[in-house]
Ligand binder design. Structure first.
Ligand SMILES: Nc1ncnc2c1ncn2[C@@H]1O[C@H](COP(=O)(O)OP(=O)(O)OP(=O)(O)O)[C@@H](O)[C@H]1O
Length: 348
């Protein structure tokens, strides 16, 4: 691995600004037909600088993909505001939706389902260019060849069908398709979870190199902490629709301050030792339909006190760029940290 993936860039104004984003899905039915909601995203505020990479981590169901869909304008906000490069994502229609597509693109999790098996790679790549009326036919072909070259594939892939490609090659095609409209922001939802470990490193290296070459802003969603540790300058930890901790990647993995972040890191290290299936924190995550009162992590928290059940703690700044939603954060032990592990180096 040669590229230096993580470099900080905070001086400029944000390209992505999320302000108090809420997404509730109404639940119908139930015994007394009462109105209830799944609180998928429950008041998230974030800003991401141009060229920065932000990781979103948390257990399954914490709202990572919902937040990604909101950023991409694929789902509407219940309340709050999302702005990408001056585009108000919540009110995009017609031409501004096209502008949004040219600004932010999604790298899908599963390359096998992301591409139509009946279409050649060339036709799959041609479609977004013709839909957005970009260039003449020869210019579109040139763009496709350049995008394939960017991801390390030669022009012969234009005539191949997905079934004639490996999983790693297909993920490269998916990344090429995301790059075709020259976006500034790439949202990568579990970009390597469908790949084996050797392919995973290659795709991570490719994303890091592309970020550097095109000054891309990355929002990386992953349950694999090593992926965000490798690719991201900052990491936000989500629990039940809220951010519980956010910090520069190195700081977060060396000095996690929220008990939930600590337990995620512990679980990640146990999984690497082959103890798969171990819970990241004791018990199951509570239902997002009826989250516990106060701090929603308190029923599973090893350092919970009676007052944790009473009021939702604020996200408080404990050092420059490091915020944590726990007033008892100083009781969280540092212990062994993911950032100190030698096997983290193997990702590079
Ligand atoms: N369309 C929907 N209707 C109702 N509930 C939904 C919908 N989409 C997501 N949810 C619920 O919102 C919560 C957050 O889901 P989301 O997929 O965003 O979590 P996640 O962190 O991305 O999980 P995973 O890692 O498993 O994809 C879950 O409880 C999920 O069941």
């Amino acid at each position: 691995m040669t590229a230096e993936p993580r470099t900080a860039s905070h001086a400029t104004s944000p390209i992505l600004q999320i302000t108090d984003a809420v997404k509730y899905y109404p639940l119908r039915g139930g015994l007394f037909r009462q109105r209830r909601n799944v609180r998928s995203v429950d008041g998230i505020s974030l800003s991401v600088a141009p060229g920065e990479s932000l990781g979103l981590v948390g257990e399954s169901g914490c709202g990572k993909s919902t937040l990604a869909r909101l950023i991409l304008g694929m789902s509407s906000l219940t309340s709050g505001h999302i702005d990408i490069d001056g585009i108000d994502v919540s009110s995009v229609r017609g031409e501004s939706r096209k502008r949004l597509r040219r600004t932010v693109q999604l790298v899908f999790q599963d390359p096998f389902s992301a591409l139509d098996p009946r279409m050649t790679i060339g036709r799959s790549l041609y479609a977004p260019l013709s839909q957005n009326r970009i260039g003449t036919r020869p210019e579109r072909l040139q763009r496709i060849i350049r995008a394939l070259d960017d991801v390390g594939l030669d022009p012969s892939f234009i005539n191949r069908f997905p079934s004639q490609c490996s999983g790693g090659q297909l993920q490269r095609v998916v990344i090429a398709r995301a790059l075709l409209l020259e976006p500034q922001v790439l949202v990568c939802d579990e970009p390597t979870s469908a790949l084996d470990s050797s392919m995973r490193s290659q795709i991570l290296n490719l994303l890091a190199a592309l970020k550097k070459r095109y000054n891309l802003t990355l929002v990386v969603i992953s349950h694999d902490l090593r992926v965000v540790h490798y690719l991201c300058e900052r990491v936000a930890v989500m629990y039940l629709g809220r951010i519980v901790e956010i910090a520069e990647s190195e700081e977060l993995f060396k000095k996690p301050r929220h008990p939930y972040t600590r337990s995620l890191i512990n679980a990640s290290m146990l999984e690497e030792k082959g103890l798969v299936g171990c819970a990241s924190a004791r018990g199951e995550p509570p239902s997002p339909v009826a989250p516990p009162p106060g701090c929603s992590f308190h029923p599973r928290c090893p350092i919970a006190r009676p007052e944790c059940a009473r009021a939702l703690p604020d996200l408080i700044a404990i050092s420059d760029g490091h915020q944590v939603r726990c007033p008892f954060h100083s009781a969280v032990e540092e212990g062994d940290s993911l950032a100190n592990r030698t096997d983290m180096a193997e990702m590079r």
